[in-house]
Ligand binder design. Structure first.
Ligand SMILES: *[C@@H]1O[C@H](CO)[C@@H](O)[C@H](O)[C@H]1NC(C)=O
Length: 530
């Protein structure tokens, strides 16, 4: 009898335990939340109508168009036009550079078995991208003249699912018998953190709240306690709040989101820059162990303890040994950008220096100068220049701009040159694309990444992906040397010949990947360059 009772008790306990575990494992039982990308809805329509009304007035007043200014206004109809070539001489493009144009859509679609299908797919993917990246904080809002409503135009921010007091709300109008305001939101609810006598509050805890009072100062006092609580979780978005009286309307945005978590590097306190603690040198090697050895030896002359990360996709990898060397062996022929990606992903210092495996350091390769400009400015990346064996020094500075081009895609424009000189650093300028010898903030370079599909020749692609997130500089007085490239064919070794075959004779497949990356991934229709 006793034993059966004990068994029953154990059974009941076990079942209870299982139920408790099941409860803990099962997903929350709260109601589901729609997190499909939204592009506004009712409130957005209201804002658009209001904006059209407020800025579309005065149709009956005549005007004269000023061509030179009006022509510069972006119109979403870009074109890629080449300069007309007036004469043809060998090297004429070197002496008198002219604008060249290239159409990705024609080149890529012509070689594609299903051009209409791929066009359609690109449009679909783009529309999804737009929905995903849409934030109500980007919507144009115009404040009406003589509105009695007072509200914050920007700077209101709430963490996901948290509550804030909306600062700055008020109503400034003539005294009347009844004063009334309305608040409406999409992603959250309103309430009051305190109540004020003589004020009526309707809809507290809801998306639409009304406050009214016959005593205007009391209503304004009450408005100081209005709270907003975000109710739809999103890590980074915005809610548009509609704030109105019976006769006036206004809109403002509340940013919803987590803050940006910083990536800080504990580099130790030093009076002078300790390059070994701050910088990792990254490179990619393929078939050029002799060059790589020269590079490592030259680095060790000046920086004996700096870490060197090497990505290696040789078919028959050779050991590369020595202190402070991390040698990563990759599958054969993974390629240029895949190697860069791998090398950069392994860096743990604050900065990463990119060098090609056929560069070598001299007394002019002053990494302290690169660290100095990165520490003292807002630059994310700074390049130096590369001295050829002939004595010629290249800086390779380009500006990149993208013009909107409607459904066909956007236009990419690449020009030699830079934006401006950097104050305090007379040999340094700001640009959008720079040479293969650069130091960058590791976290920013890792964020942009190197598209591993680009296996052979690729360079500008990284800077195109980084446009809008990397602030880039270029200094002419920080110099690395380049082992000679110009060599008579019959003096080349077997490995050099194989290298040239891989690197400089891209197959039609590689060419196609470039076209596809520009046409599909980056959604360009064409490019001009000069
Ligand atoms: C510089 O940093 C390295 C690596 O963190 C460290 O081993 C070395 O002691 C530091 N040098 C000085 C002079 O503090």
């Amino acid at each position: 009898m006793r034993a059966t009772f004990k068994k029953c008790l154990v059974l009941i306990l076990l079942v209870g335990l299982l139920l408790a575990l099941f409860h803990a494992w099962s997903p929350g039982t709260g109601s589901a939340v729609d997190i499909r990308p939204r592009q506004g809805g009712l409130l957005k329509k209201l804002i658009e109508e209001k904006t059209r009304d407020t800025i579309g007035d005065y149709h009956d007043i005549a005007y004269n168009i000023k061509e030179d200014v009006a022509g510069n206004v972006a119109q979403n109809t870009c074109m890629c036009l080449a300069d007309k070539e007036s004469f043809h001489l060998p090297f004429s493009n070197l002496l008198f550079p002219s604008v060249r144009a290239h159409k990705f859509d024609e080149a890529f679609l012509a070689s594609h078995p299903d051009p209409e299908g791929v066009k359609h797919l690109r449009a679909k993917e783009y529309s999804r991208f737009q929905k995903r990246s849409y934030t109500p904080a980007d919507v144009l809002i115009v404040a009406e003249a003589n509105s009695p409503l007072q509200y914050p135009t920007q700077g209101v921010e709430v963490r996901p699912l948290k509550t804030i007091i909306i600062p700055g709300l008020g109503l400034k109008e003539e005294k009347g018998s009844n004063h009334r305001v309305y608040l409406t939101a999409t992603l959250g609810v309103f309430d009051v953190a305190a109540t004020v006598d003589e004020v009526s509050v309707e809809g507290d805890g809801e998306k639409h709240m009304m406050l009214s009072s016959s005593h205007l100062p009391a209503l304004n006092r009450q408005l100081q306690f209005v709270t907003y609580t975000n109710t739809v979780f999103h890590p980074k978005t915005a809610d548009t709040v509609h704030f109105a009286t019976d006769g006036h309307q206004s809109f403002f945005t509340v940013k919803v989101g987590h803050g940006t978590i910083p990536t800080l590097y504990n580099t130790g306190y030093e009076k002078e820059y300790n390059i070994s603690a701050l910088v990792t040198i990254a490179t990619k090697t393929f078939l050029r162990y002799d060059k790589l050895k020269e590079l490592i030896d030259s680095i060790r002359k000046y920086y004996p303890t700096v870490t060197i990360v090497i990505a290696d996709d040789n078919e028959h990898p050779q050991p590369v040994t020595g202190p402070h060397i991390d040698h990563y062996i990759m599958p054969f022929g993974k390629g240029w950008f895949a190697g860069r990606n791998l090398a950069v992903s392994q860096v743990t210092t604050k900065y990463v220096l990119w060098v090609d495996d056929d560069f070598f350091f001299t007394t002019n390769t002053k990494l302290e100068q690169m660290v100095d400009i990165l520490e003292k400015t807002t630059l994310d990346l700074v390049a130096g220049s590369v001295r050829e064996a002939t004595g010629y020094t290249a800086t390779f500075r380009h500006t990149i701009s993208v013009e909107e081009g409607g459904e066909e895609g956007d236009c990419l424009h690449i020009r030699k040159g830079y934006h401006h000189v950097i104050e305090g650093f007379p040999n340094c300028v700001v640009a959008d694309a720079v040479i293969n010898f650069f130091m960058g903030r590791t976290d920013k370079v890792q964020q942009v990444g190197f598209n591993p599909r680009l296996a052979r020749q690729a360079h500008l692609e990284f800077f195109i992906d980084g446009l809008g997130s990397l602030h880039i500089g270029s200094c002419s007085d920080i110099i690395v040397n380049h082992a000679s490239k110009i060599q008579l064919p019959w003096t080349k070794t077997e490995s050099q010949k194989t290298y040239d075959k891989f690197r400089y004779s891209p197959s039609s497949n590689d060419h196609n990947i470039h076209q596809e990356v520009f046409y599909f991934k980056n959604r360009f229709k064409c490019e001009t360059s000069k």
